[in-house]
Design a protein around this ligand. Structure first.
Ligand SMILES: [Zn+2]
Length: 268
């Protein structure tokens, strides 16, 4: 999957020759690394849903920002999704491998001189490991923001959900809506099903704890209601997410990353 902005603006790291990357370095650029997963998403959606959404967001944000360069790094398409193994189409990395890949990619970008890095995640199983990677990197004074896209619009998801109660789900109301907006040719709604979505603990208790996932128990691997999905809902959500990602890029451009302060370096 290779995505470019419809405008033709060059934003992909791997398509920028050295003089363009060097010129970008002089303008406090932001680098977005799309992070996702390849795993079954029910009978109606393709397995790359979770990388396609942050990838599209990154490309559109990079196209939208004119004041400084926003560069999209090669997407990290494989993630941590052991609990979807057993559902055909799933490819997972081990936890340690996934965190190591994120750290090595961020280290490399940092070593190239880029100081503003966003790890933009689109897969639930990656959420905690992506945060761990960003924390681990700080031990080396390397700073990368960890961000899972739907957390940019939790209030809207809750307010706008007709079926899934504000959850991003899995091939349900919102992921299917985003796919119908972004890639309708890859969605086959004639095959859509709604599985029983069983969760342990009540919604009230789930707000503060839950088990980590080990094995999906849905009959067709769907969490949420794809029949509540529409391209219009996907477009509406995408617009909010894009606006907030662009706002983050502007603030990140203006900010400097934190610095480790060595004793003695500020002594008079
Ligand atoms: Zn998903």
């Amino acid at each position: 999957m290779l995505i470019r902005p419809p405008s033709g603006k060059k934003v992909l790291w791997q398509e920028m020759p050295r003089h363009e990357l060097l010129a970008a370095l002089d303008a406090r650029p932001v680098v977005i690394v799309p992070v996702g997963s390849v795993e079954q998403h029910g009978p109606h959606c393709p397995p790359d849903v979770d990388i396609s959404i942050p990838y599209h967001l990154a490309i559109r944000a990079a196209a939208a920002v004119e004041a400084f360069p926003v560069i999209v790094a090669p997407p990290i398409s494989l993630g941590f999704t052991h609990y979807n193994m057993g559902e055909v189409g799933t490819i997972t990395l081990r936890l340690e491998t996934f965190i190591a890949v994120l750290c090595d990619v961020a280290r490399s970008i940092w070593a190239n001189g880029f100081r503003r890095i966003i790890l933009l995640n689109g897969h639930g199983g990656n959420e905690a490991p992506t945060w761990v990677a960003s924390v681990k990197l700080t031990e080396e004074d390397i700073w990368a923001l960890a961000l899972t896209y739907w957390t940019m619009a939790t209030d809207e998801l809750r307010a706008w959900s007709e079926a899934d109660g504000g959850s991003i789900g899995h091939g349900g109301e919102w992921e299917t809506s985003l796919q119908l907006y972004l890639r309708p040719e890859l969605v086959d709604m004639t095959r859509a099903v709604q599985d029983e979505w069983r969760q342990k603990f009540s919604p009230a208790v789930q707000r503060y704890t839950r088990f980590p996932e080990r094995r999906r128990e849905m009959a067709h691997g769907v969490m949420g209601d794809p029949f509540a999905a529409s391209a219009a809902k996907g477009e509406r959500l995408f617009a909010v997410l894009l606006e907030r990602l662009v706002a983050l890029c502007h603030e990140y451009h203006a900010e400097a990353p934190p610095r480790y302060r060595e004793f003695g370096s500020h002594c008079p």
